[in-house]
Design a protein around this ligand. Structure first.
Ligand code: FES
Length: 582
């Protein structure tokens, strides 16, 4: 149990006879605080990933003001601070290159400052896992307040899901079925407000999983960004963090192995993003929890997929919120969860969702009548992926889940772009498109390039999906029969590097296999001749990334940021923080 009535961490900054205690108080007075403003009161940091370079989080200054009201009301003192923000749409080569940098920023900003607790404001894809990872390592009381999804997109009489429908409509444009004027209208109606993408992409998934982990107040994750209840929930979170400081309720008490397994189960039930696999593995690594990709598949096999939201389903996040959101999903799959897992509310998961109700059964189905008997994501192994690969089966074409076909290989992303619209590209609907050098080190940064566009000549023939394989990730808003995260990646000489155009590849989703049907001696001989591409970075953060990023099956965190395993000999997790002393 958390200890009671510990001395406030921030007091080490304000009290004491030396000059700097006096000076720190004096410098804070420059912000206009009263002399006793900080005396004996918990200081709550509001870690804000607001940025005009991140439209999804562009409203978080307003959310921060609501959090501050709650903190003041409960007797704490709020201090808002910025970190870097990762705008998924803007950052090149990919926001994922900077997730670990943001996690370090969050961790060290918390650790270095006079904070007793922290409220984490996130939204866009990488900002949520980065804040969870940073607060896990810093391990002072923390609560997450996601910014919520944007309004549904609109074009003519249609509702559009950002990302998912944008890609589909852009393919129609590539095939000549939409004109420039129509695309201009669509561009204006696709993203109608602040907030993260409004399908069950990575942002919606990771904010939902923050709630499943127990790191948000119940019902917080899915409130739309511009709904006034978002601010109400922010104010309540501000009040609650002050109490959490008094209870010394820290991330390491909440994000335990049970919480991880709950998050994986919820990810399967909601048809969440494949990116959740990478982020949860990284988060577990921060907490010293020994989580394996195989566990995702075991959980997938026993968890029904019940949330009918794009890209796997039909509806959008506004509908999901109206249906009851992730709390209603947890209520429905409660027998598959660890109901006794603690949460930031001070209650267990089971207590939190006891009264949750599904209001729209067409959006959140029952476990007895699911959309799919298994979870959204499956994990594949085989001679092409000795350390694993993932596939979102609920967003794939059922007819392609068992498939054998000849490979057409792109050695790089650039080559793929040069060739994909060639009218003489030697591919058919049976071809397996293979792309190399798009993994954590090869991209570098593990970009979301895995949903290789369909060749234009096949689009014109009406082909809507093909098997595609790479060591890249894919946007959570994407769809198709796409094998991702192949590990080890081709850039470091993984078996994917051995594939040549014309080789037969077999995808066996039922058997969880991805195989290169080439004799093992031939594969070994090709890999013996393997030469890596030159590294893309010779200095700075990029060099640090290339030298220390782990492979996809370990979550792509930096090796030096992972905690030493804290699992006890009896198999239970230590409740102690695995990080440096707080
Ligand atoms: Fe930010 Fe989609 S671009 S969530």
């Amino acid at each position: 149990m958390p200890e009671q009535k510990k001395k406030l961490r921030s007091q080490d900054w304000w009290t004491g006879p030396e000059y700097y205690a006096f000076a720190r108080r004096a410098w804070l007075r420059s912000e206009g605080f009263a002399p006793d403003a900080f005396q004996g009161k918990p200081v709550i940091g509001i870690c804000n990933s607001w940025s005009e370079l991140n439209n999804c989080n562009a409203h978080l200054r307003t959310v921060a003001e609501a959090v501050k009201r709650g903190v003041w009301t409960a007797g704490g003192v709020p201090l808002e601070f910025p970190t870097i923000s990762l705008g998924e749409m803007f950052m090149k080569p990919t926001a994922m290159l900077f997730r670990n940098l943001m996690a370090m920023d969050v961790e060290e900003s918390i650790r270095a400052n006079p904070l007793d607790g922290v409220v984490l404001l996130c939204g866009c894809d990488k900002t949520t896992p980065a804040q969870l990872m940073g607060c896990a390592s810093a391990d002072i009381p923390a609560i997450v307040v996601p910014g919520g999804p944007m309004l549904s997109g609109q074009w003519k009489d249609k509702k559009l899901g950002s990302g998912t429908d944008g890609r589909k409509l852009f393919d129609l444009y590539r095939a000549g079925k939409l004109n420039d004027e129509e695309m201009c209208e669509i561009e204006g109606g696709l993203s109608r407000s602040a907030g993260h993408c409004t399908v069950m992409g990575t942002a919606s998934t990771m904010t939902s999983l923050a709630e499943a982990l127990g790191m948000t107040l119940t019902g917080c994750a899915n409130i739309p960004a511009v709904d006034s209840r978002r601010l109400t929930m922010a104010e309540m979170s501000g009040r609650r963090i002050v109490e959490m400081v008094r209870e010394d309720l820290r991330p390491s008490h909440i994000m335990t192995r049970k919480a991880m397994e709950n998050a994986i189960t919820v990810n399967m039930a909601i048809g969440g993003s494949t990116n959740a696999v990478v982020h949860l593995l990284a988060l577990a690594g921060r907490l010293g929890i020994d989580l394996d990709m195989r566990e995702f598949d075991e959980i997938s096999r026993r968890t029904p997929y019940i949330v009918n939201v794009k890209p796997s389903g039909e509806f959008l996040m506004e509908d999901f919120f109206a249906a009851g959101g992730v709390a209603a999903v947890m209520r429905e799959v409660l027998p598959l969860l660890h109901g006794d897992a603690p949460t930031v509310t001070g209650k267990t998961i089971a207590e939190n969702v006891a009264n949750s109700v599904c209001h729209r059964p067409e959006v959140i189905r029952t476990a007895a009548d699911p959309l799919h008997m298994e979870g959204g994501t499956v994990v594949l192994y085989g001679n092409l992926a000795p350390d694993g690969a993932v596939l979102k089966q609920t967003a794939a074409s059922p007819s392609l889940l068992q498939h054998r076909g000849p490979a057409y290989v792109f050695e790089t992303y650039a080559q793929m772009h040069e060739e994909i619209d060639r009218d003489d590209l030697p591919v058919t609907a049976e071809t397996v498109l293979v792309m190399k050098n798009c993994g954590p080190k090869g991209g570098p940064g593990f970009p979301e390039w895995g949903q290789i566009p369909l060749p234009r000549k096949l689009l014109k023939q009406g082909v809507t999906d093909m098997v595609r394989i790479s060591d890249a990730r894919m946007s959570g808003t994407s769809f198709g029969t796409v094998v991702l995260h192949i590990a080890p990646e081709s850039y470091v000489g993984g078996p994917l590097a051995a594939v040549q155009t014309g080789d037969l590849i077999e995808l066996d989703t039922v058997g969880r296999k991805i195989e290169l049907l080439v004799p093992e001696e031939e594969i070994a001989a090709r890999l013996a001749r393997f030469q890596p591409l030159s590294p893309k970075y010779e200095r700075g953060y990029g060099k640090l990334f290339l030298e220390h990023v782990t492979q996809a099956n370990l979550g792509c965190d930096f090796d030096f940021l992972r905690a030493m395993p804290t699992r006890r000999p009896d198999g239970r997790d230590s409740a102690e923080s695995p990080g440096r002393p707080r």
